[in-house]
Design a protein around this ligand. Structure first.
Ligand code: GYE
Length: 345
């Protein structure tokens, strides 16, 4: 009789014992749910993969917004088309992500979709380039570079270089290979050059877009060489286009360097991210690079964390950047009262 009861008890308890061994306790389940609730889902609409700067920027975001850091990152590549980015943002809204991070290709045309995000109460953080909207409450904040300042540093360097060499301003025959038209980086870098050319009396002959890519930079440079026989400065709005342009110049039998009164063509550019352009800068093929810092992942992470804590971060967050050159005659430049020491590439 006793034996039967023990056996019966065992049989009755068996499911509970098995459950206890095979699956999680209620406490464990609760804990998992709580952590799952804390995971922050971020929809990131990146504009494309057009340059080394861009790829480094994407990697920086992916390295910061990880599950270990409490994030679920949904990445969408816009292939340099605003329409793709608008679709991506709409998808994020439908998915009900917690935050939208947008690196917009160009500045205009964002009102409707950003209004949709605001109506859905999803905060938007802009990274790198900006949007041109009258109502600034359509986004929480922005982090990126001061592109016009980069350009002011570059043109200050060019002015200092020509002053040291006693080259008169009208002897500078400049072409500008621009970035994607209507992007913040293009607008700022183009404006800085145009203002300096006007102020110093440089001959800025033409401006053509190379869309920030190496191939377009090569193509545009080859075409410019057919149209102008006196180009002695090529101002490239990023390094990838500079690499393409140098290729086209050398294929056309031109020498790149600093001896611009004796047939050489000076190339200057922006970013300082990829090894080839830094190597060109060490060799003097690129005379000066204005640094543009792409490592925004940890910055975006900090902004989201600050918003999560109920704080209001600064609306516009700028990063510090310098200038790279191995031309020894210019040691520093002063722009808007700040001195920048030229760094070794
Ligand atoms: O300089 C260029 C990229 O917007 C700062 O975009 C960015 C620019 C960068 O394609 O290489």
């Amino acid at each position: 009789m006793k034996k039967t009861i023990t056996l019966l008890t065992l049989l009755l308890l068996l499911p509970a014992i098995l459950a206890g061994c095979g699956s999680r306790t209620i406490e464990e389940e609760n804990k998992e749910e709580a952590t799952a609730g804390e995971i922050i889902t971020v929809g990131f609409s990146q504009l494309g993969a057009e340059s080394d700067w861009r790829n480094t920027n994407t990697a920086s975001m992916q390295e910061a917004l990880t599950p270990e850091n409490g994030f679920n990152l949904v990445y969408k590549n816009g292939q340099q088309k605003q329409a793709n980015q608008i679709t991506a943002v709409r998808t994020f809204i439908q998915q009900g992500v917690d935050y939208i991070v947008l690196a917009p290709a160009t500045e205009t045309g964002w009102e409707s979709v950003l209004t949709e995000a605001r109506d859905a109460e999803i905060p938007v953080i802009l990274v790198d380039r900006r949007v041109d909207v009258a109502d600034k409450s359509l986004y929480s904040c922005w982090v990126g570079s001061d592109f016009e300042l980069e350009s002011k540093k570059m043109t200050a360097w060019l002015k200092a270089f020509t002053d040291r060499r006693n080259i008169s301003p009208e002897n500078l025959h400049i072409v500008n290979i621009q970035g994607t038209p209507g992007s913040t980086a293009q607008i700022g870098r183009t404006r800085g050059l145009a203002n300096a050319a006007r102020e110093y009396g440089w001959d800025l002959m033409t401006e053509v877009s190379g869309d920030f890519t190496e191939n377009k930079g090569r193509e545009v440079m080859a075409a410019l060489l057919k149209g102008y026989d006196n180009i002695n400065v090529v101002y490239c709005e990023n390094d990838n286009m500079a690499i393409g342009a140098i290729d086209a110049l050398e294929s056309a039998g031109k020498r790149v360097g600093q001896n611009i009164m004796n047939g050489e063509v000076m190339v200057v550019s922006f970013d300082g991210v990829n090894e080839q352009s830094l190597q060109y800068c060490r060799e003097g093929k690129i005379s000066c690079i204005a640094e543009c810092n792409p490592l925004h992942g940890p910055r975006v992470q900090a902004l989201i964390e600050s918003l999560e804590n109920g704080e209001t971060p600064e609306k516009f967050n700028y990063v510090d950047e310098g200038l790279f050159s191995c031309v020894s005659s210019v040691k520093n430049v002063v722009v808007d009262g700040t001195e920048y020491t030229i760094q070794e590439p």
